[in-house]
Design a protein around this ligand. Structure first.
Ligand code: ATR
Length: 276
């Protein structure tokens, strides 16, 4: 029987996941489809039950349900537990709902696809302290990057995140900006730069060292003001398309056992969004 998969979120219309997974199913000759489902917070529990009873084989979870879905799942893996966030669910053969988080590993895979495996002693600055920062920080730590330094507009949130990550520390935004040349890898995880309402930069990368890697997890626009400024300061830049594609590829692998073609997908999404 044809299998089906989904992505649930609120809003969901903007999601590029259905087109991406459908393309991968077709490329890999898998008889399956993937649909977007609009689920509001008050309907989350019933939506999870319905997806299962209607025979959905697995789904992705996006804003704002990544933490809220956890009580409705049977089992989640360690990294999802640490991050308190799930972005991928698989319905196991016995009906168990298994949740995991592929966001952070997706970031690391995209980093390594673009720049190769980095030295494990690379000093990392993570800008932001929300769910995305947490996922990426755990994955970087797991992959032996570090030491990690956090900075955030609300410094208490960065302190809380840092307390959970052994060997990490927190510095105020002003200090991060002044000392940015000390970092080999800078990861921008805030929502600043995502749209006109949030234009600008979380901090200026003007004092960057030449050849530092600067990543922004935003992919629309393809180049945020922050990435543009980082490039002008001599940084090697990476936008968020790779992370998006690799988090999807890891979900696809969990469902099908196949790691799909990510390079082609990154090129195709970049073109769609106006890049080259
Ligand atoms: P996500 O789960 O996508 O990471 P989030 O948990 O809402 O989203 O976190 C958003 C991040 O963007 C936070 O680090 C937030 O900073 P605060 O903790 O100070 O709120 C950051 N952020 C959002 N708007 C910002 C702004 N205008 N200036 C600086 N940082 C901002």
């Amino acid at each position: 029987m044809k299998k089906w998969y989904a992505v649930i979120g609120d809003p969901i219309r903007q999601s590029m996941s259905p087109a991406m997974h459908d393309a991968w199913f077709s490329e890999n000759n898998i008889d399956a489809s993937y649909i977007p489902v609009h689920v509001t917070p008050e309907n989350l529990e019933s939506a999870v039950k319905s997806l299962k009873s209607l025979g959905c084989s697995g789904w992705n979870v996006t804003v704002p349900h990544k933490s809220a879905i956890i009580p409705f799942l049977d089992k989640i893996n360690d990294s999802a537990k640490k991050m308190n966030a799930v972005n991928t669910v698989k319905v196991l053969d016995d009906g168990t709902l298994f949740g995991m988080n592929t966001d952070g590993r997706g970031f690391v895979q995209s980093l390594e696809e673009m720049f190769g495996k980095r030295k494990s002693d690379s000093a990392v600055l993570v800008i932001g302290a929300g769910g995305a920062a947490s996922g990426i920080a755990y994955a970087l730590k797991e992959a032996c990057y570090g030491p990690l330094t956090f900075t955030n507009r609300t410094i208490e949130k960065a302190h809380r995140l840092s307390e959970d990550i052994e060997g990490s520390r927190t510095i105020p935004i002003g200090q991060a900006e002044a000392e940015i040349s000390k970092f080999n890898l800078i990861v921008q995880t805030t929502t600043v730069g995502m749209n006109h309402a949030q234009s600008g930069m979380p901090l200026s990368p003007a004092l960057l060292s030449d050849g530092s890697i600067v990543a922004d997890i935003i992919y629309n626009p393809l180049q945020t003001e922050f990435l543009k400024a980082a490039k002008e300061s001599g940084g090697l830049t990476m936008n968020g398309i790779g992370m998006f594609v690799h988090q999807g590829a890891l979900a696809f692998e969990l469902w099908t056992g196949i790691y799909p073609d990510t390079e082609k997908m990154i090129r195709s999404i970049s073109t769609k969004l106006g890049g080259n």
